[in-house]
Design a protein around this ligand. Structure first.
Ligand SMILES: Cc1cc2nc3c(=O)[nH]c(=O)nc-3n(C[C@H](O)[C@H](O)[C@H](O)COP(=O)(O)OP(=O)(O)OC[C@H]3O[C@@H](n4cnc5c(N)ncnc54)[C@H](O)[C@@H]3O)c2cc1C
Length: 491
């Protein structure tokens, strides 16, 4: 006998939870299936929240934020174990579990623990150890099964010395020497956290820069700070040809012929869709070669009753977007006319040391698209709050269109970057210009105030363009397309 629902959701991560709640809020009868005993998916159990809590703990114990500021030497205490660092993580994760359980209960969502699999285009089978299988049918399905770390054949994962981003949280001790393979978000974050915990970290990246999706000045600033403040050795433009473990020491061979020895190797250079055993073929749902489910702009798969959201559909693979994708998907599935598209102003935060965040178009991308842009920059070293907290290398950067000074992108490097980025994000969303920052009053002393000075810097750069154009015009007639600034570029 089968049970019927308006919606069956597979997975209780950010996408599954929020998609289920969205439909239930509008009166739909919803069932959520999760294979593990605890809800929250990668965000709560192996990714976002644990890694951010561990980072915060590492910064606290290492005194990194205060290092050199008060004339007192800070060092991580030698006898601390990973367990000590995970104490806080347990408390935060438990609170997240409770919060999700309460949310699901408040929305009257039926919970089922078990592994779900499509047996045909409209039927799910849910199996659990030593229990009879259950059959569910529904008008709509939401696949929110997330992603998992990729395991290439040349990397001998053993969960102890060679680990992925899931295993790293169960390490028994902080490694003395750690090699992180992968200069993306996860690699940069863990390199910073473990270096703050006292490990000697080498970060290997096959690309020529860290975080290739960022403007070059941001990834350069990150690399320089990781090296200067944390002593991380960053090896760029070189791949890994193999890893050999002998007598508990891993030797990482690089494609340029060099080798690096380590007590632990953390591989985080790619993830793939979590679709094995889901029976997607039986349901007529198609995936790409990396196992990411193919969807249209409404998050509908090739089967019109089955939607997919979150990491299982690939980029950008963030908890923040996973939740919104699922809400939008459910609005389309049930024609709710509530939230029909995801905002195109997506903030992007990296909790490396230092933090890096961006929103909108980067300077490099904007210029690459042929948009006539200018930037405005302000450094935390010129900001009283930056001086007080000792962040002298951070900066904010605004990217704006020359024609009307509309802000089209922004980035922040340094303390609080992932929070600060929401200020320019709001300005971009509301189609504001440099003038917003010029007119706005910011609390003083704050890092936010740096945006005002970035705007003044932008005006001054425009002024210089106009002067240069006028000088050039006095020699040869030319039209540079620059408009004079509308406010004096003063600070
Ligand atoms: C180390 C790390 C750090 C990160 N940091 C950030 C960050 O700072 N900010 C950010 O926004 N994002 C971050 N992310 C990404 C974020 O964790 C993911 O984007 C987010 O968890 C995706 O949510 P999801 O619901 O799509 O999938 P998941 O959270 O992966 O949840 C999928 C769920 O589906 C369940 N499932 C799978 N298959 C089945 C099945 N057959 N039957 C039943 N249940 C099933 C799984 O058990 C899991 O609970 C990080 C990720 C990692 C790994």
């Amino acid at each position: 006998m089968s049970e019927h629902f308006d919606l069956c959701v597979i997975g209780s991560g950010p996408a599954g939870e929020k998609g289920a709640a969205q439909a239930a809020y509008f009166g739909k009868k919803v069932c959520l299936v999760e294979r593990t005993p605890r809800p929250g998916g990668a965000a709560v159990n192996t990714g976002t929240i644990p890694s951010k809590t561990l980072r915060e703990t590492a910064l606290y114990f290492s005194g990194l934020r205060q290092r050199g500021m008060y004339g007192i030497e800070y060092r991580v205490k030698a006898d601390l174990t990973v367990g000590d660092f995970m104490y806080r993580e347990r408390a935060v994760v438990e609170s997240a579990w409770q919060h999700i359980e309460q949310n699901l209960a408040r929305h009257g969502i039926t919970r089922l623990q078990g592994r779900a699999r499509f047996t045909d285009a409209g039927t799910l089978e849910v199996t659990r150890f030593k229990e009879p299988a259950r059959t569910l049918t529904a008008d709509v399905f939401l696949v929110a099964t997330g992603a998992q770390p990729q395991h290439p054949a040349e990397i001998p994962f053993d969960g102890r010395i060679v680990v992925d981003s899931d295993d790293v949280l169960s390490l028994m001790a902080i490694p003395r020497r750690l090699v992180v393979i992968g200069g993306g978000v996860i690699g940069c974050e863990y390199a910073g956290t473990f270096a703050a915990l006292g490990a000697r970290v080498t970060l290997v990246n096959a690309k020529e820069r860290l975080l290739m999706q960022l403007d070059a000045d941001l990834s350069d600033a990150l690399r320089q700070e990781m090296t200067r403040r944390l002593g991380v050795q960053v090896m760029l433009d070189t791949g890994v040809s193999g890893v050999l473990v002998e007598n508990d020491v891993a030797t990482v061979s690089l494609t340029d012929g060099r080798t690096v020895d380590a007590d632990c190797v953390l591989y985080c250079a790619g993830r793939e869709g979590n679709v094995a055993g889901l029976g997607l073929e039986a349901a007529g749902v198609r995936t790409n070669p990396r196992g990411f489910v193919q969807v249209d702009a409404h998050f509908r798969t090739h089967n019109p009753r089955i939607f997919a959201a979150g990491d299982v559909i690939g980029f950008p693979a963030l908890a923040s977007t996973a939740m919104e994708q699922a809400r939008v998907a459910m609005c389309h599935a049930f024609d709710l006319k509530y939230k029909t598209a995801i905002s195109n102003v997506l903030p992007y935060g990296v909790w490396s040391v230092p933090e890096v965040a961006t929103v909108g178009l980067g300077e490099d991308d904007a210029r690459g698209q042929g948009i006539n842009v200018e930037i405005g920059k302000a450094w935390f070293r010129d900001n009283p709050r930056g001086q007080i907290i000792g962040d002298t290398e951070g900066f904010v950067k605004l990217v704006f269109r020359v024609s009307d000074q509309r802000i089209i992108g922004a980035s922040v490097v340094g303390e609080g970057a992932c929070e600060l980025i929401h200020i320019p994000a709001a300005v971009i969303q509301l189609q504001g210009s440099l003038d917003y920052f010029i007119q706005c009053v910011f609390n003083h002393p704050t890092l936010s105030d740096a945006f005002k000075y970035a705007a003044y810097d932008g005006l001054q750069r425009l002024q210089r363009r106009v002067s240069a154009a006028m000088t050039a015009r006095s020699h040869t007639p030319a039209d540079t397309g620059t408009t004079p600034p509308t406010a004096p570029g003063t600070a």
